[in-house]
Design a binder for this molecule. Structure first.
Ligand SMILES: Nc1nc2c(ncn2[C@@H]2O[C@H](COP(=O)(O)OP(=O)(O)OP(=O)(O)O)[C@@H](O)[C@H]2O)c(=O)[nH]1
Ligand SMILES: [Mg+2]
Length: 205
């Protein structure tokens, strides 16, 4: 049974979250049928951990300390009503040229042609300035009019003082309003409710 994303603006309860599909090439992409939120960011930035944290599932999405693990586009069906889509990370030099050459056409063809995609959650490491590839992704999404939710993660590694400072600096580097940038920690579960509410809002649009 396929239902609404959330009932009457109440905080969403994740009743069911399951892995459904991995796509390794554009032709493996599942038929677009439900609203989707995709998660993008540099390798090892904490994409999978952030998804698990939002869903309150410890191990639904595999995490690892070896960067570049996720090389496919992975679809997770939530509450039978929407998908979370874990995109492969970029920017890891040790990933072979062959894999990198597959990555871009796969991710670009997904992002460009997905009528059901409501927003991309772009995850950036709060400890460092956005990388040239982070900035490139933001520009690319803007050019293609794809809505973005920007998140700075791993803020548990920062002092409280640095939260706002790094938020302002990162926002400036990517050319967005700092107010719209979410602060997050998967380890300490900081910012989970705010980000989840924003995701649900975008899904319902
Ligand atoms: N301190 C801290 N560590 C985190 C946080 N989120 C993720 N990590 C750690 O960062 C490493 C990478 O996390 P993943 O969630 O696997 O990152 P990913 O972006 O999915 O990585 P790939 O799929 O390999 O690109 C793991 O060692 C996590 O435990 C966080 O909020 N705080
Ligand atoms: Mg991952």
């Amino acid at each position: 049974m396929r239902g609404k994303v959330s009932e009457n603006n109440r905080p969403i309860v994740i009743k069911d979250a399951r892995f459904v599909h991995s796509a390794y090439s554009p032709k493996d992409l599942p038929k677009p049928e439900l609203p989707e939120i995709a998660f993008a960011g540099r390798s090892n930035v904490g994409k999978s951990s952030l998804i698990n944290c939002l869903l309150l599932r410890k191990k639904l999405v595999k995490t690892s300390s070896t960067p570049g693990r996720t090389q496919s586009i992975n679809f997770f069906l939530i509450n039978n009503s929407f998908y979370f889509v874990d995109l492969p990370g970029y920017g890891y030099a040790k990933v072979s040229k062959a894999v990198q050459a597959r990555w871009r056409p796969l991710v670009e063809s997904y992002l460009k042609n997905r009528g059901t995609l409501r927003a991309v959650v772009h995850i950036i490491d709060s400890r460092h300035p956005p990388t040239p590839e982070d900035i490139q992704l933001q520009d690319w999404l803007r050019i293609h009019s794809i809505p973005v939710i920007t998140v700075l993660t791993k803020i548990d590694k920062l002092s409280r003082n640095a939260w706002q400072k790094n938020r302002v600096q990162a926002s400036r580097a990517i050319g967005v309003n700092p107010e719209g940038v979410f602060l997050f920690s998967a380890t300490k579960k900081i910012g989970r409710e705010e980000l989840l509410a924003e995701v649900v809002r975008r899904l319902a649009e």
